[in-house]
Design a protein around this ligand. Structure first.
Ligand SMILES: NC(=O)C1=CN([C@@H]2O[C@H](COP(=O)(O)OP(=O)(O)OC[C@H]3O[C@@H](n4cnc5c(N)ncnc54)[C@H](OP(=O)(O)O)[C@@H]3O)[C@@H](O)[C@H]2O)C=CC1
Ligand SMILES: O=C(O)CCC(=O)C(=O)O
Ligand SMILES: [Mg+2]
Length: 589
């Protein structure tokens, strides 16, 4: 066997004690695989951050001794075309804990996925992917903080098992003949064929791990995700065996959702984990609409692959979501995204996914002080708008930095050598300056444009501000205040919450002051529907400015929401807008 791997001097191996727990020395040897594509860029950056956090947390008493292990393109170059050498497999088992970057897999042919091979060869049966939101990270959701789930994805079975027969091959014909002649199945000629094995053994060990995690981390529920209505004997069986393991092995710690309502009136008894199940397609919708109903998710391989990328998108994208592949002793932590080849060697991408996989690793070996330092520094740095290109795309006032510069900022923050509050202040000032410039353009420039073109504003649509924010009535006043401050707006349109019969309303800064602050209520405890003014006073987009001014006077209000012909809110017009127009053009006709 070719020998390329060298364990660093001064390091000691992690072992498993007689109680089954990891024995971690202060100088553990931990394996790392750099990965292909963007792998080297993110790995270089993350190693500096992990090392700095460990040094800072333990004052030099603890130190990781990294051992480079080889997979993918780097391995092929060193081991004569072998992408996953035996030496690496042996070392991954030997050091017990490793972390890896992404690896290239060719589509539709070529060699088998190295990631899948790794999971199967080492029997790393649980792919654990926590997804939560970090303050300051841009998200398409109104309340991304509601997302805090841990996905346990089965890692060795399902259509990923690699039991596939290529169309036109002799094996394919043999299997097709068997299925048609012996089993009476019908399908089109020339079909590629794949097998989807789901076993009670594979299912139960995965669901067992998910329930153990839920118990250990004081989580409320474990949801079995499946498409058992269609694939009854694979996905349906996953559901059946999942409930079985809960009932047989954790009878004192689990109840089913059915029991929750039938026996406990919907109120979860202290210390019990609720086991429930959802069909996979609706699960994607639920994770967008009501994510706070979910906690730990147990899925089969393919559903978990899809679902983990989709949920990651809700909290900032695959650039930030971490993961780990685990057996009972061996664990290989890994970024959940791929090799993003178009960005390779550009020092450009977000190191967050690998970084937080390392944070999981630090927690796994019990070094949570170092993990906490990274999390705290991350929130500060991203909160100050220092981000890589992916977050910069949707973050107002962002300072876009390279992968290595992002690592520098995190390390400086941990060392206290960066004035993050000043950067944050400057960012807020820049956002404010941008807002004022926008306002200037909105109120003055359109009028100037109109003067130049000889047009005169007639209707509210000519003058309205289309920058309108609508929020659901069950949003807390605190969350709405954050958004109003961030967007520099003085009101939000309030849509009825699902449990409300009333129509739309508006909540202004003045409402917050008079109905929440002066009433000494906690903004976090009050829903915006309680602070809003109803009904919403609207004005159709083709209303003349004079009519609008008259209505404002009659209703004694300073702004009105403009609606289109379908009754949808499309903008807001204020007395300031009409004032500016009259000052410029005189009284409208
Ligand atoms: N575990 C593993 O090793 C995995 C390996 N792969 C392999 O990776 C290769 C490429 O796969 P592909 O489907 O393109 O998926 P990738 O995850 O590599 O890239 C898809 C897109 O995701 C965004 N992205 C990915 N990583 C980052 C990051 N760190 N920071 C910011 N944005 C990021 C980029 O979006 P944008 O273009 O919008 O900027 C990128 O173009 C394939 O060979 C695939 O098999 C895929 C998944 C997992
Ligand atoms: O192996 C691959 O190339 C893709 C794996 C993947 O998508 C995942 O691990 O989530
Ligand atoms: Mg994937």
């Amino acid at each position: 066997m070719s020998q390329q791997i060298q364990y660093p001097e001064g390091g000691q191996k992690i072992t498993v004690g007689s109680d089954g727990r990891l024995q971690v020395p202060d100088n553990p040897i931990i394996g790392y695989v750099e990965g292909d594509g963007i792998g080297p860029d993110i790995n270089r950056a993350c190693m500096r951050i992990w090392d700095a956090a460990v040094e800072k947390a333990y004052g030099g008493r603890r130190k990781i001794h990294w051992a480079e292990l080889f997979m993918g393109e780097k391995a092929a170059a060193l081991y004569d075309g072998d992408y996953f050498p035996d030496e690496t497999k042996a070392a991954l088992r030997d050091v017990l804990i490793s972390i890896k970057g992404p690896l290239t897999t060719p589509v539709g042919g070529g060699f088998r996925s190295l990631n899948v091979s790794l999971r199967q060869e080492l029997d790393l049966y649980a792919c654990v992917r926590p997804v939560r939101h970090y303050a300051g990270v841009p998200s398409p959701l109104q309340r991304p903080e509601d997302i805090d789930v841990v996905i346990f994805r089965e890692n060795t079975e399902d259509v990923y098992a690699g039991i596939e027969y290529q169309a036109g091959s002799a094996d394919n014909e043999k299997v097709a003949r068997f299925l048609r002649e012996e089993m009476g199945e019908e399908f089109f000629d020339g079909a590629g064929l794949g097998v989807k094995p789901i076993s009670p053994f594979g299912t139960k060990r995965l669901v067992r791990k998910a329930i153990e995690y839920a118990i250990e981390h004081d989580r409320e529920s474990v949801t079995l995700v499946h498409k058992g209505n269609i694939m009854k004997y694979t996905e349906g069986a996953f559901r059946t065996w999942g409930y079985e393991v809960a009932r047989e092995e954790f009878p004192d710690r689990t109840i089913t959702e059915e029991e929750l309502y039938a026996t406990y009136g919907g109120k979860r008894p202290e210390g019990k984990i609720v086991i429930k199940d959802r069909i996979a397609d609706i699960m994607f919708q639920l994770m967008l609409l009501r994510p706070n109903e979910f906690d730990v998710l147990a899925t089969m391989n393919l559903n978990g692959d899809y679902l983990s990328d989709a949920i990651a998108a809700e909290v900032g994208g695959v650039g930030i979501a971490p993961g780990a592949n685990m057996s009972d002793n061996v664990a290989v932590f890994e970024a959940t995204h791929g090799t993003a080849p178009k960005y390779a060697n550009q020092d450009k991408v977000n190191p967050g996914s690998l970084l937080f996989s390392g944070v999981m690793l630090l927690e796994h070996i019990g070094w949570s002080e170092a993990a906490d330092l990274i999390r705290a520094a991350y929130e500060k740095v991203v909160g100050a708008g220092i981000v890589t290109y992916d977050f910069a795309r949707s973050l107002q006032g962002a300072t876009e930095v390279k992968t290595s510069q992002f690592a520098d900022a995190l390390i400086d923050q941990m060392h206290g050598t960066i004035d993050i509050d000043r950067i944050q202040r400057e960012r807020e000032e820049a956002i404010e300056a941008e807002r004022q410039a926008r306002e200037q353009r909105r109120v003055v420039a359109p009028l100037e444009e109109m003067v130049a073109s000889g047009r005169v504003p007639h209707t509210v649509a000519d003058l309205m501000n289309p920058n309108l924010v609508t929020m659901s009535g069950d949003t807390s006043v605190e969350d709405a205040m954050h958004l109003m401050r961030e967007r520099r707006i003085s009101s939000v349109v309030v849509q009825p919450a699902p449990d409300e019969a009333e129509g739309m309303g508006i909540m202004t800064q003045r409402d917050v002051i008079s109905r929440v602050v002066s009433a000494t209520k906690q903004p976090s405890q009050v829903r915006i529907s309680e602070a809003a003014t109803r009904p919403l006073i609207t004005v159709p987009e083709d209303t003349s400015l004079l009519d609008c001014a008259e209505r404002m006077g009659a209703e004694n209000i300073r702004r009105m929401v403009v609606i289109d012909t379908q009754g949808r809110p499309i903008g807001i017009i204020s007395d300031t807008d009409i004032f500016a127009s009259v000052e410029q053009f005189g009284l409208p006709e």
